[in-house]
Design a binder for this molecule. Structure first.
Ligand code: PMP
Length: 305
């Protein structure tokens, strides 16, 4: 099935959307991107895009930091996304990749005096961490400080850090890396936030622990509180706390809620999927597929019925 892109203000076949080799952002990583999921509901024959507006708000924040002028408002980008996804017509889970970037055909390390553009494309994409339970290791690669490259924005260039960590982890036989902040506290996975369940409470690194403020993280915090009556504590977490937690899981748009069974060859809890993790994972799956009436405000339907 062909896919389409929104590129240079037009919807076109994905293979026709091409940029030149001198494109500024390709050389310096000066692009802000998002990863958004459309979740297929077979019974309803509908695709629901999850928390669309929140993703574009985060994109806008990233563009502020990189001084990228976006040619569209958040509402326009939301409308364009629905149009593009509808045009693609996939009847399976999809992933939407919007990118705002320095589009000048010019060299020179800077953020100023450059042209900007925005594109977006859609691909079918199943589970990202394709395992029931992930085996993780603490990476030798640290997350950068906010005043090195801000981890709170999804800037393309910072993902060198994530790629180094992910490949190190997979070369060592693990599924995912858990990165530390420069001060040695736990930060996040290479494409996910991390949660621990300790003494019936959820614990997750705070904004000051060099994390991306995940939309799935925010979703899980709200679901835990409203549906399970479980509070989340945001604080610095020591490495050793990972090993002694009752449960651990990762959250991300691509990875959903993925239980962690082992970290650095130590079993987390019993090594099986924990009770709280399982409840949150099952709730999350219902919510993102448009199967939970309380949370339909987070789901944008694509197809007119
Ligand atoms: N941290 C990093 C480094 C990520 O790339 C992602 C994926 N966007 C996340 C956390 C999770 O964020 P979200 O739940 O918004 O996808």
């Amino acid at each position: 099935m062909p896919s389409y892109a929104y590129f240079q203000k037009k919807i076109m076949p994905l293979e026709e959307a091409k940029i030149g080799i001198m494109t500024h952002s390709f050389h310096y990583g000066t692009a802000i991107f998002e990863g958004i999921r459309g979740n297929w509901n077979d019974e309803q024959q509908q695709t629901y895009i999850f928390r669309l507006k929140e993703h574009f708000k985060r994109l806008v924040n990233g563009c502020k930091v990189l001084m990228i002028d976006l040619p569209h408002s958040v509402d326009e980008m939301c409308e364009l996304t629905v149009e593009l996804v509808s045009k693609c017509g996939f009847k399976e889970d999809i992933y939407i990749r919007p990118v705002a970037y320095t589009s000048s055909q010019a060299l020179g390390v800077r953020l100023h005096n450059l042209e900007h553009d925005f594109f977006m494309f859609v691909i079918p994409w199943g589970p990202y961490l394709d395992v029931d339970k992930a085996r993780c290791c603490v990476s030798s690669w640290h997350r950068p400080e906010d005043n090195v490259i801000p981890p709170q924005i999804k800037a393309a260039g910072i993902y060198i850090n994530n790629a180094l960590a992910k490949t190190e982890a997979q070369s060592g036989g693990y599924d995912e890396a858990i990165m530390l902040a420069p001060d040695g506290h736990i930060s996040e996975g290479s494409g996910e936030n991390i949660f621990l369940v300790t003494d019936g409470q959820l614990v997750t690194p705070a904004v000051t622990n060099n994390i991306l403020m995940g939309i799935t993280r925010n979703t899980v915090i709200e679901l835990a509180e409203k549906e399970l009556g479980i509070e989340t504590i945001h604080r610095s977490i020591d490495r050793c706390e990972l090993y002694t937690a009752d449960e651990c899981f990762l959250t991300g748009t691509a990875a959903h809620v993925t239980p962690v069974s082992e970290i650095d060859d130590r079993k987390i809890g019993t090594g099986e999927v924990g009770k709280v993790t399982a409840r949150l994972r099952d709730l999350y799956v219902k919510v993102i597929r448009g199967d939970h009436p309380e949370y339909m405000h987070w789901c944008t339907p694509v197809y007119n019925k």
